[in-house]
Design a protein around this ligand. Structure first.
Ligand code: AMP
Length: 115
């Protein structure tokens, strides 16, 4: 079981966020420190999994749900293409130990054209 994290407080409604998606099992909201034009976080509501390795082993269907939500959000907030990042472990940049997917959408077409 993961320890109480800031994401558990967000799920409990104790810390306000800009929600972009919510179901019984998954929540998505805007990252407070965006690293891309659109930067969203997709998290499961369960606090049982600290990282994606644990989630994949423990509840692969929930991981698949998170990926489906990421794709839906990429359609809604961009043109359907997106980066999906899971940091695994402190040395890999993970700071919140409640599994979460970063959904990052940049205007890649503009960048590749140098504009
Ligand atoms: P990671 O470094 O992969 O663990 O990602 C944690 C992410 O949570 C970072 O990108 C933070 O900017 C983000 N974050 C932390 N606190 C909040 C908050 N209160 N609302 C939205 N995003 C947050």
């Amino acid at each position: 079981m993961a320890q109480e994290t800031i994401f558990a407080k967000i799920i409990a409604g104790e810390i306000p966020v800009e929600k972009v998606y919510e179901s019984d099992s998954v929540l998505a909201f805007r990252d407070i420190a965006p690293q891309a034009k659109v930067h969203l976080l997709v998290i499961p509501k369960t606090t049982a999994y600290e990282n994606v390795t644990e989630l994949a082993a423990g509840d692969p269907a929930l991981l698949a749900d998170m990926v489906a939500v990421a794709k839906q959000l990429a359609d809604e907030h961009g043109e359907g293409e997106y980066r999906l990042v899971f940091n695994n472990g402190a040395s890999a940049g993970q700071t919140v130990f409640h599994v979460h997917a970063h959904v990052l959408i940049d205007d890649l077409k503009e960048q590749s054209l140098g504009g």
